[in-house]
Design a protein around this ligand. Sequence first.
Ligand SMILES: Cc1cc2nc3c(=O)[nH]c(=O)nc-3n(C[C@H](O)[C@H](O)[C@H](O)COP(=O)(O)OP(=O)(O)OC[C@H]3O[C@@H](n4cnc5c(N)ncnc54)[C@H](O)[C@@H]3O)c2cc1C
Length: 428
Amino acid sequence: MDWSREEECKRTHDPFFYSRKGADACVWIPGPIVVGGGPSGLAVAACLKEKGIPSLVLERANCIASLWQLKTYDRLHLHLPKKFCELPLMPFPASFPTYPTKQQFVGYLEAYARRFDIRPRFGETVVGAEYDGVVGLWRVKTVEGKEDRRREYLSRWLVAATGENAEAVVPEFDGAAAFKGPILHTSLYKSGDVFQGKRVLVVGCGNSGMEVCLDLCNNNGHPTIVVRDSVHILPREMLGRSTFGLSMWLLTWLPVQAVDRLLLLAARFILGNTAKLGLPRPRLGPLQLKSLTGKTPVLDVGTLGKIKSGGIKVRPAVKSFTERGAEFVDGRLEEFDAVVLATGYKSNVPCWLKDQDEFFSKKDGLPRRPFPNGWKGERGLYAVGYTKRGLMGASLDARRIAQDIEQYWKAEMKKIMAFTCTPTRQAQ
Ligand SMILES: Cc1cc2nc3c(=O)[nH]c(=O)nc-3n(C[C@H](O)[C@H](O)[C@H](O)COP(=O)(O)OP(=O)(O)OC[C@H]3O[C@@H](n4cnc5c(N)ncnc54)[C@H](O)[C@@H]3O)c2cc1C
């Protein structure tokens, strides 16, 4: 449904839809409102569409999947094999490689939006959403574009899909203001070609930090990676299968601790002792750690080889920055030309969703109930894509949410049909 056209019509013909003069327009939406036009928002809108339920997707950026299109580096590929990353109802094209490139993934998402005719309202940032118990509806407030045009949407259902990576985490470091070179978050890093010949300190050793180091190395940069405490590095493939796929398969037969032991044994055999390179492993195994803290193991795509050959240096935590570089906690002082912060992202749900502390934690902006039970709140509130299980978790949530809303939608439609088809109504 083209919401802007419908809105225009309502503005002309119906005083209730555009009830207030001036700044704050108010629009009632018959279907659910989905906040966020990333993979999760698209997945839920598609599952709803398949059931005949229209939805309104609100997206602050001017494109779908803004994380992938605007905030990721050029060399990015899906970290997991494509079969674990496809959205509901539409597989990846068979011609795609096992690990599609970022450009292929974005192409797939664009085709997905076209196929299900999902047309988000771009450039509309949700700044507030709260349940109005008097009318029994969610009130969703947005701000649009530079003119700061404000709107309010009303709906029975609200689906949060703003992602676990909505805002960059930029920690404060002593002396950062004194550092003369650029300090940028990975969300602004595109390619190593602008760092040719430069000494770059990469702070953070997750998948992004490791891949940025590899990219810098491949572009004749001189990266140093900061490993503050510990990290699990696993080969991306083991025994000719993806490590992720193998782990999923093993988990159907064995307890998580046993699978962890097998993974670590194979990793030791394939990669050697990573602690000797300055990359000690956490006390808990990779899968146990993931399920308890959400911390994802690094799937190595070649960075470890560069560390072994000396192309990438490893250092402990940064104590403070200096004018020309950094001092590390082991007392070493080194010079750098630039700093890349691979320090991750966080959810922004607590900034816009009001009075829902029992569903979403204020601390990390994620549902309080652990997977797989964090998708449904009270009074028509849902959450998609906050499972720490990537696109697979988002797809699972999306299907459940659409199924759940369908029950209420059908009941609501029956009521409307009964109302519009009663003899008195017909006679009028
Ligand atoms: C570098 C990187 C690589 C990854 N690789 C993989 C992988 O290989 N496999 C995998 O399964 N997962 C991977 N992930 C995890 C990733 O989070 C998911 O792939 C996916 O992007 C999550 O989709 P999402 O829609 O939940 O969140 P996002 O992609 O973050 O989309 C959320 C959308 O909501 C919008 N938004 C936020 N706040 C507002 C607001 N207030 N109002 C309106 N709109 C708003 C944002 O602009 C954004 O477009 C990766 C993540 C990163 C950072």
